[in-house]
Design a protein around this ligand. Sequence first.
Ligand code: KIV
Length: 275
Amino acid sequence: MRKTTHTIKEYKKQKRKIIALTAYDYSTAKVLDNAGVDMILVGDSLAQVALGYENTLSLTMDEMLHHAKAVIRGARNSFIVVDLPFLTYQVSIEDAVYNAGRCLQIGASAVKLEGASEDILKTIKKMVSVGIPVFGHIGFTPQSVNALGGNRVQGKTAEQAKELLKQAKDLQDAGCFAIVLELVPSETAVLITENLDVPIIGIGAGSGCDGQILVTDDLLGKYVDFKPSFVKRYAELGKESEDAVRNFIYDVQNGNYPGINESFFMAEPEAEKLT
Ligand code: KIV
């Protein structure tokens, strides 16, 4: 049975770590679901990791929905969050609710959006009021990469940590069921995690959060363009895949593939008619 916001919030109360990973396609979603992750995020990292864009800003709502549908078909038990792409929720509350609603219409459990400004808080309140569960995201927020001057650790001073704590509380008060906290010092993450009732899911935020989220392609060593320092690779699938393809090329060029076991043959009397 699919996990719900209630399940995710209960895990914090039980002090059970929440496990979240990204997926952008059916087969990856199935692997994550079978392995037992709690939450799958169809992250807008889809832009760089699966579509080859430079950053998340180029991703469109239609591209996101296309991939989200595949993920939803692949996962039966995990809670599924769809990331709202840049400009799909910042321009007007009406657009935002409509785009978030489209994610729920295709079967998503919730949407994620970045920031905690006054406008974003109003948007979240409206979404929550019409029954759309919202996952917040503060700290480093990739859709603001240009404004933040690159992938930089946020909340490095006590004052900045307190400002992030205020943002997290505002998101909780606006109705977010959980919050992603990205690229902050461990001390900042602990301060926020201990002072919030809703789960704080960290990425590059140390071990003190209620759960962890990573880009699956980073964890599996499939996305090799860039490796953030907080990532631990549990496999080297990028290299293994390249080696496998080189072996395939070698085998085809040297007549080793396809062999007898990978070919179909006529019954002998039929084959004789050909000669
Ligand atoms: O898009 C994404 O992958 C994210 C991270 C939190 C994993 O937002």
